[in-house]
Design a binder for this molecule. Structure first.
Ligand SMILES: C=C(O[C@H]1C=CC=C(C(=O)O)[C@@H]1O)C(=O)O
Length: 374
């Protein structure tokens, strides 16, 4: 499909107030869309369905599904991101002193609890409301596509839920048949032109908590677990620390739902121990995160597997095969859009090393990822 036809089809869907999601995976050019045929609100409880899921931070709330069987699927391979656009840049930005004061207070409160208890880390966040000059979601989506090649970029809409857009650097889990990979991403500093930077103990420790937690949560369900070295990766105007964890699922009976909720929410978005950090977040953040720090992506899709190279297996070489594929991303660097108002969601990991002023600055830098396309 041409990109004009692709975007026109989605625009029609939006004007008819029917659910859809459009997205591009990291470092790919293919745009994909699920366009639901009815306005029904589908959810999944057991994660056995096929389609696109949108799951909130608080797993007590429902995961929304755009089912493959109730959707038209469209694709566009020829989209050329063209727009050079610099929306709200740092210079236009007037610091909101009240927001700063309350975020710093929240951080100080979290830090005090960490120092006085067995909690090691709490991820604390805030929501920023912004008036948007042009609130056409597909225009904003195109700007995100142009600016953030290495992110998972999406625009998701359901008339009964709302409109969300984002460009997230974090994969929650990729599952291809029995092979899985998971990303532990945490620690932030500004990108100043080089990946060759040094990291303080604060960031190294907060990222290590995420890796250790993931390994601990999945080790009984997997074979040959492998853990990469910690790498510095660039995400928009920021650098993060990343570890890749991969391996093979054991052949015993496997529940995708149990696997996911064993992981989610990881200490990259919640904290450690999970339940205590979650309770602090629910009691003290003064807004509802909704889908920010939840996860989203393709669920149980059939994907073609590369043909085997073995000389003996001529049949497989010729045809390859298909396998079940699930690719889920953590919903970071995102916003919800209502009429001409955007809510931008940003947070950061708090440990005993945290400085409230620096944590505020980190959320300001993270907010620029979205503000620069508005
Ligand atoms: C919670 C967010 O980022 C997470 C992912 C990478 C780095 C993070 C950090 O340095 O705190 C956070 O754990 C956010 O962007 O709102």
């Amino acid at each position: 499909m041409t990109s004009d036809a692709f975007f026109e089809r989605i625009n029609r869907q939006f004007l008819r107030e029917l659910p859809f999601v459009v997205y591009r995976k990291p470092n790919q050019t293919l745009l994909q869309g699920f366009l639901q045929k009815t306005a029904e609100l589908h959810t999944t409880k057991d994660f056995s369905n096929t389609g696109f899921v949108f799951s909130p931070f608080d797993s007590k709330n429902a995961t929304i599904l755009i089912p493959q069987e109730d959707s038209e699927q469209i694709q566009c391979e020829t989209f050329e991101p063209e727009i050079e656009f610099s929306g709200q840049m740092k210079e236009d930005f007037i610091e909101d002193e009240d927001a700063k004061e309350s975020h710093m207070q929240l951080v100080a409160q979290g830090k005090a609890l960490i120092e006085a208890s067995d909690i090691n880390k709490i991820v604390l966040s805030r929501k920023e409301n912004i008036a948007v000059k042009n609130s056409d979601p597909l225009l904003i989506f195109k700007r995100l596509l142009s600016k953030y090649q290495s992110a998972f970029v999406y625009c998701w809409y359901h008339p009964k839920v709302g409109l969300w857009l984002g460009a997230t650097p974090e994969t929650l889990v990729k599952l291809e048949g029995k092979q899985f990979s998971i990303m532990a991403l945490a620690g932030t500093q500004k990108y100043e032109g080089s990946l060759d930077v040094s990291w303080r103990n604060k960031e190294l420790q907060e990222q290590q908590y995420v890796t250790d937690y993931i390994v601990d949560r999945i080790k009984s369900a997997v074979d040959n677990i492998q853990v990469s070295d910690v790498q510095t990766v660039k995400a928009a105007n920021l650098l993060h620390l990343k570890t890749k964890i991969w391996g093979t699922l054991k052949d015993t009976s496997f529940s995708l739902k149990d696997f996911l909720f064993h992981l989610h929410p990881t200490p990259a978005v919640c904290g450690l121990p999970k339940d205590k950090a979650m309770q602090f977040i629910l009691d003290n953040e003064t807004y509802d995160r909704k889908f920010y720090t939840g996860f989203l992506g393709e669920l149980n899709m059939l994907a073609s597997k590369a043909p085997r190279r073995s000389k003996r297996n001529i049949e497989n070489r010729a045809y390859g095969s298909t396998q079940n594929s699930t690719q889920l991303y953590v919903n970071l660097r995102c916003m919800s859009l209502e009429d001409s108002h955007a809510s931008v969601y940003v947070g950061g990991g708090i440990t005993s090393y945290s400085d409230p002023e620096e944590e505020w600055q980190e959320t300001v830098s993270k907010a620029m990822v979205i503000k620069s396309v508005l």
